[in-house]
Design a protein around this ligand. Structure first.
Ligand code: DHB
Ligand code: FE
Length: 279
């Protein structure tokens, strides 16, 4: 059976990638943000995962608003990073874990989650940025990836409780895979931000800090919140945080929060991460 080694939640703000592209990793502005990820990077490297299951949303790059799947899953052998308008990025293609991904697809359908199954998929900053934050900028990625996409950009988005239940299903799927791969689950997006409408520029650092502190030990409040609560508290794009619930739902009830980090604002966004292991 494959082994779930831990769960990591992280922002995927595109300006993080832009900062790396421009060589600003150690600039006064960005150093405190990137430094906060180092302990988690070291923990993950020591754990030697084989596969990262990355829960993220596409932002109109792989799917446009004319066709938005509520849930999608990649079963490809590789995924190219999308150029989002600033030119091709110096990050290698992501290598897929196709057999394992087909098993996840099978187990999702068995348990009544019916994803769009993608044999071909390019991936935007929603996956690129978390991979760079965790694994740096290697010539070859040290893990294979399974991309799982959640619609968080066009209403109706799925409910928080449904995302938790998807996490339970993924846990079962991971542990019913006959291989001995070590699996890291990453939930991405957030933290608070709103990029549009009357509240454009809204962030909520107090609620972000509470999220970072509580998502490990006390996630019930976040399962109980409605989709509208997420928009109100975290902003319309901050509702991406429902994807961290997939990661949290994969984990045991009792977890240890190994590392946490918060930084605001990154671009117009509260940004940060949390790393959990089963207690
Ligand atoms: C921005 C975009 C995102 O997808 C996100 O999660 C946070 C911030 C942005 O464009 O600033
Ligand atoms: Fe986003």
């Amino acid at each position: 059976m494959a082994k779930l080694i831990g769960g990591l939640g992280t922002s995927h703000v595109p300006s993080i990638a832009a900062a790396l592209d421009k060589g600003l990793r150690h600039s006064d502005e960005w150093k405190p943000f990137f430094d906060g990820y180092v302990p988690a990077q070291e923990w993950v490297a020591a754990q030697k995962p084989d596969i990262a299951v990355v829960i993220f949303n596409d932002h109109g790059n792989a799917f446009f608003l004319d066709r938005v799947p509520t849930l999608a899953l990649g079963v490809a052998d590789s995924y190219a990073p999308i150029d989002e308008g600033w030119g091709p990025r110096a990050v290698p293609d992501f290598v897929g874990a196709a057999d394992f991904a087909w098993h996840l697809a099978d187990q999702m359908v068995e348990r009544h989650f019916d994803p769009l199954i993608c044999r071909e998929l390019d991936v935007d900053h929603g996956l690129q940025v978390p991979m760079e934050l965790v694994f740096g900028r290697p010539e070859v990625w040290p893990v294979k990836v399974v991309p799982i996409l959640v619609n968080t950009i066009q209403y109706p988005i799925p409910t928080p409780q449904r995302m938790w239940d998807l996490g339970r299903t993924l846990r079962h799927a991971i542990e019913s895979w006959p291989g001995d791969e070590r699996v890291l689950v990453m939930g991405t997006g957030g933290l608070s931000h709103q990029l549009q409408g009357a509240r454009a520029g809204y962030i909520n650092p107090d609620e972000d800090r509470r999220w970072i502190a509580d998502i490990g030990p006390a996630p019930q409040r976040y399962r109980d919140m409605s989709r509208e609560d997420y928009v109100e508290v975290f902003g319309s794009e901050g509702a991406e945080l429902i994807m961290w619930l997939v990661m949290r739902g994969c984990m045991d009830e009792k977890v240890n929060t190994l590392h946490r980090h918060y930084f605001a604002p990154a671009s117009m966004t509260g940004a940060g991460m949390v790393l959990l292991e089963n207690a």
